[in-house]
Design a protein around this ligand. Sequence first.
Ligand code: IMP
Length: 533
Amino acid sequence: MARQSLSRKSLYHLQRQQLLHPQKTIEKMLKQIYDNNQIIIGWPKREKRISAHLARKNTVAVIGCALGDEGKGRIVDNKIASLLHSPHIQRVYVIRYGGGNNAGHTIEKNGYKLSLHVIPSGILHKKTLGIMDRGMVIHPEDLTTEVTYAEQHVGSLKNKLLLSEEAIVCTDLERAEEILNRIRTGRAKGGTGRGVGPSYAHHYDRLGLKMFDLLNSDWENTFGNQYDRYQKEFAGFDLKLANSEVPDFRSIKLEKKTKSRTVGNKKEFLERLEKARTWIIQRDMVRNVFLLHATIYRDATVGVVFEGAQGIGLDAWLGTRPDVTASDTSVYGIRTGTGFWKPTDIAERIGIIKGPYTSSVGERQLPTEVALPKNIKDLPKTATAQQKWAAFVRETAHEYGTTTGRPRDIARLDLAMTRYNAVMSGVEVLAVTLMDIAQENQTIQICTHYTRNGMLTPYQPGLRYQEGSTPHYVNLPGWDGTSCRNAKTVVDLSSNALKYLAFIQAQTGFPIVATTTGPARENMITFPGYTCE
Ligand code: IMP
C-alpha cells in the first residue's frame, strides 16, 4: 500500500485505468478512430466479444445506462422482432427482473399510447411470453388493474404473462410505510409512493412476503399478522394505520386523476387483497419460474430478452444516491432477479443512453442540469443559449413523466457518469437514442470530466461527490434533427451527428451499435456489432 494518499490527479488516472472497458483493445481503437478524424461507428471489425464462447445464443439484455427513461423499449422491441425473424427461433421470452410499477414504459400500439409499469413491454409482440421474475416488486391489486387496462387495448394476455412465485409482494402497508418514512425523515418526496423501497428493504430484513405467501392457503393469517405488526409500529408514531393515506394507483390509472385512499382496517385490507388474489389464481399466472429457466436455457428455438427497468444512475449502489431506486438495475441484477442467468450467459448486453442530453426526474440536482422554469412559457427573454437549448429539448422530446406528467429536468450528456455507468453495468456496447432532438444551428455541450479546486476528480457514485465540483464541457456542433429523422441508413446521417457518436465512443470506450432517430419503429439505424455472431 502506498504510504501517502494519492493525489486527485493520480486517483483520476487510476480510475481511468481501472475503469478501462473490459476489452482494452476496443477502447484504444475507438480513441484512435476519433483522434484520426475517422468516422467509424460500431464494433470494430474482426474483434471478438469477450464472453462469446460462454454465452447462450439468442439472449439479449437491454440496460439503461443513465437515469431511466432512456428509450430501452425501442431496443427491446427491435431485438424481439429480429430474434423472431430468425428461422431458428419460434418464440421469445421477455423477462423483467427488477423494479416494480415505479417504472413506466410508453408503447404505441395502433396509434394508442399505452403506459405499462410491470408488464414487460415486449409482450405485445406475437410469439412472446412475458415473465415478471423474482427480483420484481408486485402490488397484487395494481397488477390486476394494469393487466385489465392493457387487455382493453391489446387483447387477452392470458397464458402470455407469467409471474414468479418468488416475486416480492408489495401491499398498501409498504406504501403507508413509504409515506411514514417521509414524515419521519422530513423529506417531502424520495420515492414514487409505490412502496418499492420498503418492499425491497423487507426482502433484505426478511420481514417481507412473497407471491407464494399470498397463494398459500393460510395467506389470511400471514398477511393479517403483517397488518398487526404495522399497526403496532404506526401506533409507536402516534399514527393510526387504518387512517393512513396511500396513493390510489387504481383510480390514478383508470380515471387519470391523482387520488388517495386510506389503508383501512384489517378486514378491509384483507378483502382488497383477497380480490386481487382470486384474480391472480384464476389467471393461473404464478409459476416456479426457476424451473422454467432451465427449460428455456436448453431450448435452442427460444430467444430471451431481459428488459431492464430504470438505469444505472438510479441503481441502489451505483446511482446518484440518495435519489436512487432500491434495485440492482445492471446486467448483474439479472443474476439475482432471475436466480438463474449469469451475465456471461447473455450474448448481447446493450446499454442505452440518450444522445444529445440526459433527463432526470426526482429531487436530484445534477451538476450538468440546465435550470428551466416548470412551464417553458415562463422562460425569460434573457434566457441563456443553454436554457433555450434545454427548453427546445424538453418540448421537442416531450420530456414529461409517463405517469405524472411532471416536467423532467434536462441536463447535458455527462460522459464521466456514462463511462462509469457503462463499465459497471456489465454491458458491452451502447445504443444511443433520440438523435433527432438536435438543431443545425445549436451547439451541444457534453460534460467530459469534473474538477474540484482546480484538480481533476474522478466520477463516483453518489450525488455528494459531484456537489461542489465543476463539470467541464466540450462544445460540439449540432445537426438538423428533421433530416436525421428521415435518415434511412448511416450514409443519410449528417457528419456532425456521426462525429458526435464517434466522440461518445472515444470518451466511453464503448462501441455504439445502434441509434434511434425518431419515434417510429423504422427510425433506427444499426452499426456493426448490433447483433453479435
Ligand atoms: P422509488 O423507486 O419509487 O423508490 O423512487 C426512487 C427514485 O427513483 C425517485 O427519484 C424516482 O423518481 C426514481 N425512479 C424510480 N423509477 C424510475 C424510472 O423508471 N424512471 C425514472 N426515475 C425513476
